[in-house]
Each structure stands twice: as C-alpha cells, then as structure tokens.
Ligand binder design. Structure first.
Ligand code: MN
Ligand code: MN
Length: 324
C-alpha cells in the first residue's frame, strides 16, 4: 500500500520524509492555534483589564464571552497592544524573510505613530528612544519589570522553533528595545521555551518541568500556592498564566480561568491563550470567540504563523523535534 502525504496527497519519497513533512505541518497548525489564541485571550481579557476578581464576578458572574467595553471602550473581539506588538514583530520577520532588529523596531515605530488604542509607558519610552535617538537597546533598569516584552515574544518562538540558543538570543534583542531587566528577560525566554515544547507536541508534564526550571532559576516566579496577583509586573503575570494553564484541561478553561483573575487581564489572557493554543491546537479554540475577531486579522495571523514556522530551524531540519 502506498501511503500518501496528508498535506499534499502526493506519494512520499520515503516513510522518513513523510513523517518529517507531517511534523512540520503539525507544528504549523499548533502555531496558528498559538497566534489565534494570543489574540483571543487579549480580546477576551481587555474589557476587564484593571478590574478586580470581585468586580468581574459582580458584573459578569464568570466572564466567558467577548463582551467589549472596558476602560478602552472596545468592540467585542477587538484586540489591543499585546496582539498588535506581536504582529509588528511577525510582520517584520515575514517581510525580510529573516531576522532584522531594525526592521522590528521600525514596525514598532510605525505602530506607535499610528496612535494605537493602548500602549504601555515602558514600551512607549523605548520605541520613542529608537525613533528620536536611534537607541535600539535600552539600558538595564531594575524598575522595567513590566510584561511588555514577554507579551510580544510569541513570533520569536515561532521563528526560532527547533533552536533554543537562537530563541534566547533573539528574545533578548527584541525585548531590550523597550525592557532590559533580568526577570523580564527570564519570563520572555521561558515563555518561548514552553511554547517550543507545546508547538512540538510535548506533554503537559514536560511543559510543567520547564516552568519548574524557571522557578528553580528565579524562585520569585513560584506559582504554587498561587498568590492571586495578576498585575502587569511580569512575575505576577507569569505566575497567573502558569497557575491557570497547569490547572485547566482545555483551551477555553485556561483562558476563562486566566482573564477572570482580573488585573492585567488582556495580557495574562494573551500569554495564556498563546500557550493553550499551542498545546490544545487550533481546533480547540471556540468558534463563538473566533467569529468575533476581525476576519482580515484572523487571515493575517493564520498566514503569519505558517510563514514564521516555515522559516524556522525546525522546518529546515525537516520537522525533527529538538532534543529533550
Ligand atoms: Mn493590551
Ligand atoms: Mn494589558
């Protein structure tokens, strides 16, 4: 019997090449889940950004729908800076077909000039320093522990899939355009590392080991027992994401649990949505949520996710998973 490749239905040259092709296709599908999950988590959480858990409970019971509104007066399904900055990085990589830090900074500058609906103070300062003074690496500042660098790192994880060293190198470069701070760096890199595992189909236990490694390296990230803080401080953000991701058993469960913690709900929602989207896959994203997101945006995100993975070391190696 001739087995046919499940993506293009042509007979494979060999069993080996076929399994490689399907590994890459599987990673691309999970990458679409991750990028769409990021946008979905952002859009679901943004209307309750800066609310407390109690305020959300009083107003919505459990928030499970794309309601819009909030302090930014959003349309239901509308995304914010978390998704938009990730798109800047993804578009810059796709446009050059490779890594260009100035290309990324230029896209962020263009975005800032477009008067986005929301932008964090540290992000604004870093991008303005690039625009006005050509500074592409902001100096170390222990107070820059916000989640603005971590929240936009998904495209870097997709583009470097299959190469952890490259992930760390490019993560630091993009992060330091605005945030140069040790826990921000650690969170950004480990967000990428856990994504790499999820994108290559690893188990929940394997992902957990990676999160535990972050805690071993930086005990401040300890998320068990959960302290219940979901602020924009990247340590609180990652604690919330990991707590909710590891206790839930579905994409919807994870994202709902996360945004209902309140605080920086769009950003915790975006990061948790990316992780859960990579882990549970694009099929697990509820259609009722996806329907609310701008159609053109969904198409662009879907295409960018595929482009980035096709450019990655993982795809070049024929979809061979990196060593454990
Ligand atoms: Mn936001
Ligand atoms: Mn936010």
């Amino acid at each position: 019997m001739v087995t046919r490749c499940n993506c293009c239905s042509t007979p494979p040259m060999s069993k080996l090449s076929m399994s490689h092709i399907s590994e890459t296709e599987a990673a691309i599908s999970r990458a679409r889940g991750a990028f769409l999950g990021l946008a979905i988590g952002d859009a679901l959480g943004a209307p309750v950004e800066f609310m407390t858990r109690g305020e959300i409970r009083d107003k919505y019971g459990v928030l499970k729908e794309m309601v819009g509104g909030g302090w930014l007066r959003l349309k239901p399904g509308q995304v914010t800076d978390d998704t938009e900055m990730s798109l800047c990085i993804a578009r810059a990589i796709a446009k050059t077909g490779g890594w260009s830090l100035t290309g990324i900074a230029d896209h962020l500058a263009g975005w800032l000039k477009s008067k986005p609906i929301d932008v964090g103070d540290t992000c604004r300062r870093g991008i303005r320093n690039y625009m006005l003074r050509d500074i592409i690496e902001t100096p170390v500042n222990e107070w820059d522990g916000g989640n603005g660098a971590a929240m936009r790192n998904l495209p870097v994880a997709l583009f470097t899939l299959g190469d952890q060293a490259l992930l760390a190198e490019y993560t630091l470069q993009q992060a330091h355009i605005t945030h140069n701070q040790p826990v921000s760096d650690a969170a950004s890199i480990y967000f990428g590392k856990v994504l790499h595992l999820a994108l290559t189909g690893r188990s929940m236990q394997r992902l957990r080991r990676e999160a535990d490694q972050l805690v071993a390296d930086y005990p401040t990230f300890c998320f068990e027992p959960y302290k219940g803080l979901a602020t924009g401080y990247v340590v609180d953000t990652m604690q919330t994401v990991f707590h909710c991701f590891f206790k839930s058993r579905s994409f919807e469960g994870c994202v709902v649990e996360t945004v209902n913690q309140g605080g920086d709900a769009d950003t915790t929602g975006a990061i948790a949505g990316a992780l859960a989207g990579a882990y549970y896959g694009e099929e697990a994203i509820p259609a009722r949520w996806l329907k609310k997101v701008d159609k053109k945006l969904v198409v662009e995100i879907t295409e960018l996710a595929e482009t980035l993975v096709r450019l990655s070391p993982f795809a070049s190696a024929g979809g061979v998973p990196p060593s454990p």
